[in-house]
Write a protein that binds this ligand. Structure first.
Ligand code: 3HC
Length: 341
């Protein structure tokens, strides 16, 4: 049986009913590890109630929660433009897209919670600056062309990076990604279409699009993470079947797919070294400014402080909604208990 619900294992029939997570003792830990390794080697899925090594659990909590943070913080750059969209149609499309990102975040937080972490802990890690989110969201959206370029390039890169995660060894994450990726293709297409309209407009509009591409292209390539030789988590992630394709290979796939789109759009990608290499069957490209990348990842990008302050304020301003929902749930629980008595 195939399900998109991240909490129902793909082979739920075979696994009917909940089972307790086996406890590792010094005697059985080796056997549990062998079972886990065999499942990973057989390209199987690990489900929340399966025993798993702490390190596997910890790296998933780290990656899934930071992925969720990226979705939630990723709402901010475009959210700023909902009230300034150039038409009702664009406003409706952008509202739908930003709303999707919020849903992706909640979906991913829930997937992370199946590993035993809590929403409060994850949000505290984000709000305190301890947890990361995708560096791309720490740059300003200066005009409407940025909104189109975020859809075309940022969501385009996110799709490339997220599709392999649909085959991640951890069941809830993989299933969450199936649903997320379906919506991402709408995100990428709406951005590209908005740019096509602008490129048929005035010279000033065409210049705006080119300027937005110039400011975003390299930061987009960095979304795929450091180069493989410098990646801290990649090799273990690949062994555990969390990461399926390396950062550099995904980056190359993205470049190869995007260059023809840029040609149709009529924009120039800001890389003088970008050139088709028939021998490799790929585009050669220039080097990312990794110093700038790490500056931003480590909290010193142009908008890091503002993005985090906006997130913390939104969370604080929403406290009354959470309290009311919890009070209502408690009332319902009390009522159900009284009726059951
Ligand atoms: N932005 C911020 N931090 C980054 C980063 C980036 N682009 N790339 C790497 N880092 C951080 C890592 O989180 C890690 O820090 P940590 O140990 O404190 O967690 C450190 O840099 C070293 O990481 P690695 O060198 O091992 O990087 P990876 O090989 O793990 O690659 C990744 C990073 C590609 C983001 C990978 O973690 C991944 O695929 N994550 C899941 C998918 C994801 O988060 N995608 C990005 C955003 S989603 C999005 O944009 C959705 C859109 O719709 C809004």
């Amino acid at each position: 049986m195939y399900t998109q619900s991240f909490s129902v294992p793909d082979d739920a029939d075979a696994k009917s009913g909940l089972k307790a997570v086996p406890k590792a003792t010094s005697e059985n830990e080796a056997a549990l590890m062998a079972q886990f390794d065999a499942r990973i080697a057989a390209d199987g899925r690990i489900e929340p109630r399966d025993w798993m090594p702490d390190a596997y659990r910890k790296t998933l909590v780290r990656q899934i929660s930071q992925h969720a943070h990226s979705e939630i913080v990723g709402m901010l750059p475009e959210g700023n433009w909902i009230s300034r969209a150039p038409s009702l149609k664009r406003k409706c499309i952008l509202i739908a897209k930003v709303q999707d990102e919020g849903g992706h975040g909640l979906y991913l937080y829930s997937a992370a919670e199946t590993l035993g972490t809590s929403r409060d802990d994850m949000l505290e890690a984000l709000h305190s600056g301890r947890a990361k989110y995708s560096s791309i969201f720490n740059y300003p959206t200066l005009n409407w062309a940025d909104v189109g370029v975020i859809g075309w390039l940022v969501d385009g890169a996110a799709i490339m990076n997220q599709i392999p995660l649909c085959r991640c060894s951890y069941g809830p994450y993989a299933r969450a990604m199936v649903r997320v990726c379906k919506e991402e293709s709408f995100h990428q297409r709406q951005g590209y279409e908005a740019l096509l309209v602008m490129m048929k407009g005035s010279q000033a509009q065409r210049d705006m699009v080119q300027d937005a591409v110039n400011r975003t292209w390299w930061k987009c390539l960095a979304m795929f993470g450091p180069s493989d030789k410098d990646s801290l988590h990649s090799s273990q992630g690949m062994k555990w079947g969390i990461k399926r394709i390396s950062n550099d290979d995904l980056r190359q796939k993205f470049i190869d797919a995007t260059v023809p789109q840029a040609e149709v759009l009529g924009v120039t990608l800001p890389d003088p070294d970008l050139k088709w290499n028939a021998e490799r069957g790929h585009y050669d490209h220039g080097e990312i400014d990794w110093d700038e990348f790490w500056q931003t990842v480590n909290g010193n990008g142009p908008m890091n402080r503002e993005r985090l302050a906006t997130r913390v304020k939104a969370h604080d301003d929403g406290a009354w909604v959470r309290e009311a929902a919890l009070a209502h749930a408690e009332k319902q629980r009390q009522r159900a208990m009284k009726e059951a008595a």
